[in-house]
Ligand binder design. Sequence first.
Ligand code: 9WN
Length: 447
Amino acid sequence: MAVINVSRELLAARAAYILRGDDLGELTTAAPQLYPHLWSWDAAFVSIGLATVSVPRAIAELRTLLRAQWRNGMLPHIVFGPDVDYFPGPDVWDSACAAAAPRDVRTSGICQPPVHAIAVRHVLAAGRRNGGADRELAERFAEGTFDRWLAWHRWLAEARDPSRRGLLEIYHSWESGMDNSPRWDSTYANVAPKVDLEVRSRRDLQHVADASQRPTDAEYRRYLWLVHQMREARYDDDAVRETVDFRITDVFMSAILALAADELAEVGDEFGRTDEAAELRTLAARFRAGVLSTVSDETGLARDEDIRADTWVETETIAGFAPLLCGADPSVVRRQAALLSGPQWCDHPALRYAVPPSTSPTSPAFRPRTYWRGPQWPVMNWLFCWALERQGVAPALAARIREDSLRQLADLEFGEYYEPLTGEALGSAHQSWTAAVALDWTLGPAA
Ligand code: 9WN
């Protein structure tokens, strides 16, 4: 890969141009070709990027997602936009069969990591920095939608943590946002589809040079089988939990909930919602403790737990650093910061850029070109960087991730993910959340 010397101004301008190109008006597609709809956690990161150039447009993005909120509080992982051919589309999900689904918006029937309150606070801060009409709009938005975000956090804490362990359960790896991470391999090994579901025209395979960069069709058949099972249960929370073949606690998503609940509590305090703010802080503490309870003494990494098999998942993936994200016991955080900075992770000698690979290069599960099995994801770099800066821990690590991530983005491809050994952009080009984090790093408050 040639190193391009790109100024921050050029990177910002190009990122804004990419986001503009992916914008359908009030919905930014996750990527122009590969993902022609709105994805829940993508939309949150997109609004963080948009807030640096247009507070009203950032708000519109979050409102589009909120219009698709289910009556039980769930924010669905996909909000389908205009009628473009996409598989698996609304017909496969058939969310209309769910009592809680909205009637006028087509959505999927599962959720994704709850990063949204982080976005709400970024939009609020951007509005205040700009002042005037932006300030008014952002404050009205944050106050007016507070109950909707609260309902989302409450739904997660109730429906997805039934035993109140402070660990969220997921019923599909798509819910984690890390679809084919080796975290899920042992659980998927026990998922045997009982119906032969057709894997129709996968867009991802039309957009990558080599099918081995993406999940296999066998993996896809399992993904579709789980959708089938959830649809059979009409997406009823209790029925899904009891019947679906994939049931696992997601430690990374739990850490995000802890972080987001604290962020939303700040919004609550600002607008006089003191009781709800206290409730959110209690919730954050519960999930922080839950995350901490999974840490292996041996490896220092946090773990998911396969509930059906009653086993810990020991794979060395980026999710193991959940405590570093949400803040935890200081000795655990210190150990994790040293581990992430060290030769098994960011400082691995073969890495082109010192940013966290999705799987440790020293793990037998590491695949440098395959999606969540090794590549580096700019949006994850942003999340770690922001979380470390927020807590004021490991400043050298945070600075290094930011700096190397910006160097990686200087190819101006805005790739979905990057090959960690060569630095090559892979997956979709012009991925919206990649452009969004580039915007926040170049134009945002800490630029
Ligand atoms: C399935 C949109 C989404 C991201 C996920 C990423 C990928 C979808 C897919 O793309 O998931 O939901 O088709 O593989 O894994 O994190 O939100 O960018």
